[in-house]
Design a protein. Structure first.
Lengths: 421, 353
């Protein structure tokens, strides 16, 4: 199949050349956006997770090589072109904005770039996406309220897809649709053919575009009225000039402003917030795991539980469908795998693995809660991924704890001092 | 109204894992309530040997038949100024003249001061309370046995630690724990457990088992059904550890899976404390057989070899496709599948023709 793209990066030589090109490209794209007739792909950034500090991992050449990609260093200072022979050349730039979180910049359209990045991440245990949970978005929204002019426009998207809910019919009926290759977001109302049943499930996608001050006034009441509005999946951070930067729950960032430098600064800022939260979660886990001290004449548990409580018990059919379409599927949103032990109708144990870094994980899943026991060394990104996907597909108002610490407390105060009032 | 007592509550592996959950950091409203943690106790160690001070050894040997170091199931560190908890799990009560009483006698004798057994700095005794966990209908009788053993130690000139028994019962809404009226209790335990206290919230038809941190112990007396189920969990954990190893290996490579190492990881290191080599060898061979059976469809493609001493599997992975296929086999392997027992091994080829 010919996958060639016309969104290749030009053959430039230096970091300065590339970033100037993306800056100029951003200005043109922003002009066209404001005139509402752009057909070009916007600059998009994909934020990625690797491993915790100090953990050994293969080289980036090797990791990208698993997907048939080649890296070509630019300037020798942490910037690489990503060459994809199937697409005819350089499709992205790879930069380490910090030593844990590389990012990819690309001009490909979303239709091309989303599956391309998904294929890359799925091909290796050494990469994961960033998972921005609703609570993290709340914190970023607090930052926007504090730093942006109240008259600037922002955009929040709230998305909840009851992917595992079935109104009627046997629980396993639609069990094929979990495969991510075939399904981005299911329509609320599926095919209405004469010979097919109509399957309805709860789905909410609500986008709010308004001035910062208006959203600040209205949002809390709306969230109290309708639970899916807790499930923030996208936030536009107003740019320092025109437009802004759309951050998505799965680590994608679209530059809808006219400055690539501003875009990159925003990405770097969010990466810093994310890293602080992740390392705080990891620290909480490992303190729990090693509290017995250094004397290990006996053996202690080198793991600690993460607890997610649903706001109301899952329907039995929803529970069954989720279990049936997740753990034994190679590709699933949670990146968790293992053979379920079905203990009783609403209770399953999975002694499985997290496909990011292939870490063993113990899971208890019931209609009321999820308990995950993460071993020492597990990347904190696993917690964000679990919370984010549960919130988006199972329960928008789920509550989470890392050990006995509320997840929300770990996220609180993640913004650097001086950024919020 | 009490629900019928299911056998699982009398299973020491269930009891051990429930004890570990009662010590975990969890939110107070969690379905599994960490009552010991809430009382201020934290997990110190599992199966930790507590060797007696030399000065005590002769007296302990006279009272308990030997002075070999006892290894209690769980040692929980207590709040400052209060006794730690030495916790033993028992499927049923026992009398003061039974074989189980010897272990209890040793633990009672060691409990007044753990300073030397724990290699703590001298100065100030570190005392502990001996707590047995059993089924609720055996609770008071077991507490009585412990009192009798304390009296015998005192008669022999040895100090004894305080003791008591927890009982587990299944009610319609969950599993409850209750401390014995007999014996005595540290104040934090008394305050946390004034009466029967629910430690696992359950629906009426819900299986009470929590996730098993420690799924297997060859020295534990279990019923055949519980034993099979626990072994299946152990196999699933072994498959997971093997998957992790295969997934993280840089290719191409000749992969060596050391079954002893996998077993240690799958039991949080506890397997290294199993005392009888025969037990360990048998479990290792069963785990190896399970893994070999799992990857048997690929044995020629991967040039699978099964050397022993130490037990291990070796195979070659050249490509990502081979890695994917191997992981697929490991993750789909059925841990409940009946395989020939180790006793049959010498009569059967590992891969039947």
């Amino acid at each position: 199949m010919n996958e060639a793209t016309n969104r290749l990066l030009p053959p430039l030589q230096s970091r300065r050349d590339f970033f100037d090109y993306l800056d100029g490209y951003s200005v043109q794209a922003a002009d066209e956006l404001f005139q509402r007739h752009t057909t070009r792909g916007l600059v998009k950034t994909y934020m990625l997770e690797t491993v915790r500090n100090g953990e050994p991992m293969p080289t980036m050449d090797s990791i990208f090589g698993r997907s048939g990609l080649q890296l070509s260093q630019v300037d020798g200072d942490g910037l690489f072109q990503v060459l994809d022979p199937r697409k005819g050349g350089a499709v992205a730039l790879l930069e380490f904005l910090n030593d844990r979180h590389p990012v990819l910049y690309t001009l490909m359209t979303t239709d091309e770039s989303d599956p391309w990045v998904r294929g890359l991440v799925d091909s290796t245990p050494w990469l994961d996406r960033l998972w921005l949970s609703a609570r993290l978005f709340q914190e970023l929204w607090r930052y926007v309220q504090t730093t942006a002019s109240p008259r600037r426009y922002t955009r929040l998207t709230f998305e909840y897809e009851g992917l595992y809910e079935v109104d009627e019919g046997p629980a396993g009926e639609a069990g094929q649709d979990e495969d991510e290759d075939n399904n981005e977001v299911e329509p609320t109302l599926q095919r209405d053919d004469d010979d097919r049943p109509i399957v309805e499930r709860r789905s909410s996608k609500f986008t709010m575009v308004d001035r910062v001050e208006t959203v600040r006034q209205k949002l809390p009441d709306l969230q109290n009225t309708y639970r899916p509005l807790y499930s923030i999946t996208q936030l536009r951070v107003p740019g320092s000039t025109r437009g802004g930067h759309d951050f998505y729950f799965d680590g994608k960032v679209t530059n809808r402003g006219d400055s690539f430098a501003d875009h990159r600064q925003n990405v770097q800022f969010v990466l810093g917030v994310y890293r602080r939260v992740t390392e705080r979660a990891e620290s909480t886990l490992w303190v729990s795991a090693e509290e017995a001290g250094a004397d290990q004449a006996g053996f202690n548990l080198k793991g600690a539980p993460v607890y997610l409580e649903f706001s109301e018990p899952l329907e039995q059919a929803t529970f069954d469908r989720w279990v049936n379409t997740t753990f034994e599927r190679k590709r699933n949103r949670f990146r968790l795998g293992g053979r379920p032990f079905r203990l009783s109708p609403g209770k399953v144990h999975v002694y499985g693995v997290d496909r990011h870094l292939w870490q063993p994980v113990l899971l208890e899943v019931t209609r009321r809660h999820i308990i995950a026991v993460l071993p020492k060394g597990t990347c904190g990104n696993t917690i964000h991924r679990l919370v984010t996907n549960v919130q988006r597909f199972l329960d928008p108002a789920v509550n989470a704890w890392v050990g006995d610490q509320p997840y929300n407390d770990l996220v609180d105060q993640a913004l650097p001092q001086g950024n919020v009032g | 109204m009490s629900a019928e007592l299911p056998d699982v509550l009398a299973d020491p592996i269930f009891q051990l894992n429930l004890t570990l959950w009662m010590l975990q950091p969890l939110p107070g409203m969690a379905s599994t309530r960490p009552v010991l943690r809430e009382a201020g106790y934290t997990l110190d160690s599992i199966s930790r040997p507590l060797p007696f001070p030399f000065a005590m050894r002769a007296a302990v040997a006279a009272a308990a038949g030997s002075h070999d170091a006892p290894c209690p199931d769980v040692l929980a560190a207590g709040p400052t100024q209060f006794d730690w908890l030495i916790i033993e799990c028992k499927g049923a009560g026992f009398g003061p003249d039974s074989s189980a009483a010897k272990q209890a006698t040793k633990l009672l004798a060691g409990a007044p001061d753990l300073t030397e057994p724990l290699a703590l700095a001298p100065g100030g005794a570190r005392s502990a309370h001996l707590t047995y966990l059993t089924r609720n209908d055996h609770r008071e009788a077991l507490a009585g046995t412990l009192e009798e053993l304390r009296a015998r130690l005192a008669a022999g000139g040895l100090r004894a630690g305080k003791s008591g028994a927890f009982g587990l019962s299944r009610e319609v809404d969950g599993v409850y724990i209750e401390r014995s009226a007999g014996g005595s209790w540290p104040a934090p335990v008394e305050q946390m457990l004034p009466g029967p206290t629910r430690v696992i919230q359950l629906d009426a038809d819900e299986d009470p088992r929590p996730l098993y941190f420690i799924p297997w112990d060859p020295g534990v007396d279990q019923g055949p059904a519980a034993r099979d189920e626990c072994k299946a969990i152990l196999f699933a954990r072994i498959a997971t550890e093997a998957t992790s190893e295969v997934g993280r290996t840089e290719l191409p490579a000749r992969v060596l899976l050391d079954v002893g190492e996998l077993l240690s990881r799958a039991t949080y290191g506890v397997s290294r404390r199993w005392r009888y080599k025969g037990d360990i060898d048998k479990v290792l061979r069963e785990c190896k057989r399970f893994l070999a059976d799992a990857v048997a469809p690929l044995k020629e493609r991967l040039a699978l070899a099964l050397p022993s001493g130490p037990e291990r599997l070796e195979f070659t992975l050249q490509t990502e496709n081979e890695r994917d296929a191997t992981i697929d086999c490991l993750m789909k392997a059925n841990p409940l599948k009946k395989l020939p027992t180790v006793e049959d091994e010498n009569q059967l080829p590992l891969f039947p023709e």
